[in-house]
Design a protein. Sequence first.
Lengths: 289, 343
Amino acid sequence: MAEMHQILLKIGPAAFRIASAWRRPLEELEALYGDYPALTDSSVDFTVRLEPKKPWRRFIRPSVHIGGDFWLPDAAPLPLAQGLLAAEMGMNLQMALGWRRHLLLHASSVEKDGKALVMTGLSGSGKSTLSAMLAERGWRFMGDEFALLDLETGDLVPFPRLISLKNKAIETMQQVVPEHRFGPEMKATPKGDIRHLIPPKAAVARMDETARPALLLFPRFGHAPELRDMGQSEVFVRLTQASTNYVALGESGFEALTRFVDQVPTKAMDYQSGEQAEALIESLWSKLP
Amino acid sequence: MRDSLPLVRALREPTSVEALTGSQWSELISIARAESLIGSLAHRLQNVSVPDRVRAVLQDAIEAHDLASQQALWEADCARRALADYRGKIVLMKGTAYVAADLAAGVGRSIGDLDIMVARDDLPVVESALLDAAWEWVKPDPYDDQYYREHMHELPPMIHRERDRMIDVHHTTLPLTARPTPDAQAILDNAIALENGLYVMAAPDMLLHSVAHLFADGDLAGGLRNLWDINLLVRQFSDADEEFWMELNIRAKTHDLVRELERALRLAARLYETPVYRFSAGQTQFADYFYVRRLLARDGYGRETRKLTRFAFYVRSHWLRMPPLMLARHLWTKWRKGGTPPK
C-alpha cells in the first residue's frame, strides 16, 4: 500500500489524525491550524483518510476520497485542489457519526460574559456567517458547525474549527478580516465557493472554556427583520433534526435536549443584513437575566 | 502498522496494550473500528490502564454497543409480536441470539440486521405476516427475488417502513447451492426456548452456524470478528459442559461441516489462543497461512490491504456458493443488468 502522510489536530475536546495520500491538503491544514495547541500525546479520537479511490488517481486527475473510522458509503470524491475541504468534511463526518460525549447540534455559537448564543437552522440561514461576524465584534467564537452540549451540566463546549465561509459570506468577511487569516479560495465545490477563515486568537486560546447557553435563535436570511416566538414542541422537534447524535445517545440525549429546550429562551429571527441581525440580537441579549 | 495483528494481540492479551505509544493506540482504534470489534475490545480492556483519551473512546464504544444490543432485543421483540399467531419456532441467529441468550460473545458485539430462522415450509406464512406488519422489500428486483427464493438460505431482505431496520428470514444456515448441506430440521428440533417465546440454537449448532458463516458463505469480510465470536463461544460452551466437544463433533457431521469446523478451530487457536480439542482441530494445513493472511489484511490507518488476497477470497466465495455453470449464468445476468460485483 502507498505511504500516507499524516498530521494530528486538536479542536475543542476532540483529537484527530488526518492521513492523506498527498502532502498538499495537510500543508494547507498545518498553515491554518498553526496556532492551535498541540496534542499532549499522540492518541486521537478519530482518524480521517484522504486517499485516491483507485491507485492511479493519486497522480492522474487526482481525486480525493473521504474515508476514516466513520464513513458514508456514497460520499462523492473531490478534486485535489479541494483537499482542504475534504479534510474538513472528513472531520465533521467523524464528529457527526462518532462523537458521543456531548449532544451535538448542527449550530453555530458565540459567547459573552460566560453566556452563549446558539444559532441553528438550515444551510443558507446565515448561522455560520453571523457567528463569524459577531466574533469580530466583541463576542468569543465557539463554533460555526457543531454546538456541543454537556450531557450532565448542560453547558456548551467550544468546537472552534476553521470557519467555513460560503459564496457571498466570503466577500462580506473579507471586508472585516485581514487577508492572512484566510485559507485558499475553492471555487465551485459541491457546497459552492468556499473559503476557510481562522477564528480570532481568543477563540482558540480559550477553546477549553465552556459557557452557559442563554439564547437560542433560528435565523433566516432574506426576510424583513422580525423576531417571533416559537412553541417548545416545535423547538424540540427542530433540534432533534438538527442533532446528528440525538438518536445514538438514547436516553441521555433526550434528557439533555429537554433540559436545553426548557431552560433556553428561543426566538425565530428574520434579517436582511448583518447590522439588522446584530441589532435584533442586542435587543434580546440586553433583556436576558 | 502493516496488518491487524495489534488488534488480535490486544484482544488475546489485554495487558499487552500497556506498552503502546499514543500513535500505536490511534492505529489500534482505527483497526478495531474497521473490523467492528471496538465494542469487544473496549470490554476486554476495562481493567487495564490506558491513556485518558483512549479510555473515553473505549467508554463511548461500550455505551454505543449497550444501546445497540437494547435496540437489537427490541427489534427481535417487534418481530415476535408481528408473528404472534405463528405456531412454529422462531430462532434468533448471530448477534441478537448471543445477546438474547446472555452469552459472552454478545458483550460489546456490533449487531446490524435482525436474523431469524423458521421452517422452510412456513416461509409464505411468515413472509406475509411481516409484510402485514409494515416490513417491505429492500430492492424489489424480479431476478434477485427469484434468485433468493430458489437458491438462497434466506428470503430477500426486508426493511421496516418506520424503524428502518432490516430483517433476514432464514430457513437454513447456508445457501442451497453451497456444498455443505446443514440439517435445518435438526437445528429447529434442538433449538432452546427463551423466556419470551423466541428460540436460540443449541450450543453446538450455534457454533457451527458461526463456522458456516465464516468459511462456507463469504469472502471473509468481518472475519476477525466472526472468529472472535467463535473463540468466545468455544470457551464458554466447553467450560460449561464436558460433553460439548463430543456433541460438537457429532453435530459437525450432521451439518456436513467437519472440515470447516476444523479450520475454524485451528485459526481461532492460532490467532486468539482458543483452547481447542486437538482431535477436533486437526493438523495445520498449508492453506491456513492464506486464511491468516486474509484475516489480517488491514493496516494501521484502517485501510484494506492485500488486494490480491482479498480478491482471491472474493472469487472463492462465489465458487463455494455456486457450481460453475450457474455462476457463469448469474454473473452474465448481473452484468447485463449493469450491476457491479459487491465489494
